[in-house]
Write a protein that binds this ligand. Structure first.
Ligand code: HEM
Length: 583
């Protein structure tokens, strides 16, 4: 039990350490007018194109002149016919000078991103950096707490859905009340019902809570402001909100079906009608409907996350649904075995216990083998879609977290194999010998459930990170976070292909505020082709934010980017990053 609780606590700690506003998953492809570009005439609008679908319900684009006066008109909207570009109209005939665009959008996978850039009409004005500092150090009220709570609700939602699936699987395919003494069955079914209703309540509350939390995180608001009708209405209009509402509706329907199915299965009936009722199974129609609804429920996380935002979308959602079903059968089944089935046999003698449990474990083990195979196949597929290469696996945070998940998964599978190969056959012969294997089974299953809690915790963290493929630039712009001196450094290389590129270097303090940096430069080299180092000095765009523009990335392949930053007039700190430049 202690191990159980410590696994629970460590997984929770992991989620609570998830940064408040997650690293953004959509990145800018291009803007009109271009970042820091000079245009001859006053543009009619500002348009931003992103690497993936975005939502503009929270935030949008705000354009100000150097005195902070708004020059945009009307609401920000998606460019007609596109879901990856946003635009806002500008006042007519703006005077020459520098303008700052502050923007905030939400990626299709539910993660917010905000930044600012400048453009110039005619020529740069007196302050060519515009008001990016003011805008970025401005009004974000949502912090680590809201993001961490959102991570915790995700973890609880996964656990609750997995447990619901495990309960259903046990009723339909594993527990056979006709072969079990009535007292044992009564205990089991009471526990199962309590387990299923607790999981249902947790799923309901975690999903309902995720709505204001997502509003706070997406809109950069303190949680206290996120319960307003406006914010909740805004969340309901986003993909995240629609999926959460769908999940609430499905949970309502599952409860109704479960209730109808279970009435027929009632143990009270078994008691009064006796043996005649023992052969009865829960209503097949009710169970089929509950099963179908549960399958859709297991698909909902994928609809709102990376699978729903990464092409091929429908194949990814299908694979993710299978992944969740496999997890529901195996991990949910293990939890039911531990919490309901094994304790149910506590009141009978050792050899009878072994006789009752042997067929249960046999059926569960057979089903678990299929479930584990489905988890591995769909997990490898999702890894390939979100990571794409071995170098991305080891150079992106997403890759490392996925490796951490696998590091816990491997002993989990090994324990499963131990059960299958060693415990199950011994249990079958145990009936005759007096049931010495059951305590061992309980210990192994307890350890498995504890490890599974950690795997699900790590996954809650994983799904909040930018996919490794995006982070390493294997598909499109390269974006990564690293450390330089005492600061966090965000590096964006766009478009990360041969030819003209922009390299954005943004240094921030641990609190997320821009860092005070006196200058930044980079040295680009391609050791395999003996190119470089090519030194380039960064141009300051905002506090802690420098940009480098040029054609130095002239060959496809692995480049090394050495960044030098001056946190004071007398000190220089450095860091190196490898990136894969596309054709
Ligand atoms: C007991 C084992 C496992 C459990 C409990 C588990 C659980 C989960 C859960 C709950 C999700 C989130 C689904 C969603 O939000 O749509 C997920 C996604 C994922 N899993 Fe697993 N998983 C397991 C094994 C594996 C394995 C073996 C792999 C790799 C070979 C893997 C790779 C992935 C990937 C890449 C994702 C997608 C994450 C994203 O959306 O960015 N999983 N897993």
């Amino acid at each position: 039990m202690t191990r159980f609780l410590s696994a629970l606590a460590s997984a929770l700690v992991l989620i609570l350490l998830t940064p408040g506003v997650a690293a953004a998953h959509a990145i800018i492809d291009r803007t009109e007018p271009g970042i820091d570009k000079v245009v001859e005439e006053s543009p009619k609008k500002v348009v931003m194109f992103f690497s993936e679908p975005i939502e503009v319900t929270f935030g949008g684009l705000r354009v100000v002149d150097t005195r902070g006066r708004r020059v945009d008109e009307g609401a920000t909207q998606l460019v007609p016919g596109r879901d990856d570009a946003a635009e806002v109209a500008l006042r007519r005939d703006l005077p020459n000078g520098t303008y700052t665009v502050g923007w905030r959008v939400v990626s299709a996978d539910g993660h917010p991103i905000e930044e600012a850039f400048v453009f110039h009409i005619g020529a740069p004005g007196k302050n060519p950096l515009g008001l990016t500092d003011e805008i970025l150090s401005g009004d974000s009220g949502s912090g680590r707490v809201e993001g961490s709570l959102l991570g915790a609700t995700r973890w609880l939602t996964y656990l609750a859905l997995i447990l619901l699936a495990g309960c259903l699987v046990f009723v339909v395919g594993i527990w056979d009340r006709t072969t079990v003494p009535p007292d044992v069955s009564e205990f089991f079914e009471r526990r199962l019902r309590r387990l299923a209703s607790s999981a249902w309540v947790v799923a309901l509350f975690a999903t309902a809570w995720s709505l204001p939390l997502q509003g706070a995180v997406a809109g950069g608001l303190p949680l206290s402001d996120a319960f307003s009708v406006d914010v909740l209405g805004g969340v309901a209009e986003t993909r995240f909100g629609a999926v959460a509402l769908l999940r609430l509706g499905l949970l309502g329907a599952v409860a109704a079906c479960g209730f109808i199915a279970w009435r027929k299965y009632s143990l009270a009936e078994l008691r009064t009608v006796g043996a005649a009722a023992r052969g009865r199974q829960p209503s097949p129609a009710g169970l089929t409907l509950a099963g179908t609804l549960l399958i859709v429920l297991l698909v909902t996380p994928g609809l709102a996350g990376h699978p729903g935002a990464t092409p091929p979308v429908w194949l990814n959602i299908f694979a993710d649904g299978l992944h969740m079903m496999g997890v529901g059968v195996w991990i949910g089944g293990l939890a039911v075995l531990l919490i309901a089935a094994l304790p149910a046999t506590g009141s009978i003698g050792d050899s009878e216990r072994a006789q009752v449990m042997a067929p249960v474990v046999q059926r569960f083990s057979d089903l678990a083998v299929v479930a584990v195979a489905a988890i591995i196949v769909t997990g490898v597929y999702a890894s390939w879609i979100q990571v794409g290469s071995l170098s991305a696996l080891t150079s992106a945070t997403y890759g490392w977290v996925l490796l951490a998940k696998l590091a816990v998964f491997v002993p989990l599978v090994a324990l499963g194999a131990f059960n299958q190969r060693y415990v199950k056959p011994r249990l079958e012969s145990d009936g005759r010998r007096g049931g010495a294997t059951l305590p061992m089974l309980r210990r192994v299953v307890r350890l498995e459930v504890a490890l599974a809690l950690v795997v699900v915790g790590v996954t809650s963290f994983l799904v909040n990170l930018p996919p490794a493929k995006l982070e390493t630039g294997a598909s499109g712009p390269f974006i990564t976070d690293t450390r330089i001196g005492d600061y966090n450094l965000n590096v964006l290389v766009d478009p990360n292909t041969i030819g003209e590129n922009q390299i954005h270097l943004t240094a921030t303090k641990a609190s997320g505020e821009p860092a005070r940096i006196f200058g930044m430069r980079v040295e680009l080299s391609m050791p395999s082709e003996q190119i470089g180092p090519l030194p380039v000095r960064g141009r300051r765009l905002a506090k802690g934010h420098y940009v480098i523009q040029g054609r130095q990335l002239s060959v496809e392949g692995e480049w090394r980017l050495e960044v030098f930053a001056r946190p004071s007039r007398f000190e220089e700190v450095t860091t190196a990053i490898d990136l894969q430049v596309g054709p």
